[in-house]
Design a protein around this ligand. Structure first.
Ligand SMILES: [Zn+2]
Length: 64
């Protein structure tokens, strides 16, 4: 994920994912922690739509 500098500046930073996750769990809304490429620390985002796990295609018979 590419983070804009302005967003990085404004967001709360967390030194570790554990710390960010702890805050996210206590929040009233669904938050996700992600590592920021700019500051190298963690931010929380409430945008989860683009972060869903990829669908697993039907048929798990993998040969080869
Ligand atoms: Zn940042």
């Amino acid at each position: 994920m590419k983070t804009r500098p302005g967003i990085c500046q404004r967001k709360r930073r967390y030194a570790t994912r554990v710390e960010a996750d702890a805050v996210a769990l206590r929040a009233e809304v669904t938050l996700r922690a992600y590592k920021c490429a700019l500051c190298g620390q963690f931010h929380l985002t409430s945008r989860t739509k683009g972060l869903q796990r990829p669908r697993v295609p039907h048929g798990d018979a993998v040969s080869g």
